[in-house]
Design a protein around this ligand. Sequence first.
Ligand SMILES: [Zn+2]
Length: 266
Amino acid sequence: MANPTKSKNSKTEQHVAIAGSSASPTRRRRVRVRRGGLKDMPRMPLDILFEIFSHLEPKDLLNLSRTSEPLRQLLMSRASALLWETSRKNIPGLPDCPSFLSEPEYANLCFTLYCHECLILKGKRLIIRTYWGAGARYCTRCKPVFFYASRSDARTDLQSFNEGCEEKIPDEIIGGPGTVPGPSRMLDRYKPTIEAFMEQWPELIHAEQRTEALKEFRAERDEREKFEQACITWSKSYNVPTGQILTLHLDHGNLRLTLEPRAPTK
Ligand SMILES: [Zn+2]
């Protein structure tokens, strides 16, 4: 008698959508998994699950978190923070997770390719670029939402803001004069951090508060710049695919693990 689990059209298999984004996925690809093969996984003892998952790479954790609500809840919970960190260390040379990203956000930045705003993966005459210091990836259409077109545009906006303030925000939050052009200089045009600083400025009544806020701004920009440089170096040396992929099956209650060569991806 034919083994139904070996049939290509087996009823023991089903399609499960794996989203391209945890935020609001519009693009989905379909993968084939065994029906019910993973449904009991969230009920397994946490230490066993975490031991298995710790062999996976962050991209695999992301994909797993998108296969079912229980797995999403488990992998996005605080209890999984160490697991993501362990998984990240499976990637040679990957810089540490910066303070302005969570581990899953960091994995999403490194190992997916779509625009974080419109979720597009590719398009005619469309360039999708990773802005490491911003902790995001944007296509050419979405980029102007998050970056001033030029330093001069940023300065005009800052001057206009300062006209309504007794205490002026110094130019340094848009890079200041004399800064050298380079990848990190995109941070001088990154609207979310500049606008967040402007928003809090009127509430800083005392000089010490303003000094402290500027100090924090500098420290964060410094972290973003260093992170950006480290990621650019890492991304040049990182070869996809890496290593093997761990496949998990639950077969009549027995967990089976197989390691297979990772299929090449772009
Ligand atoms: Zn976009």
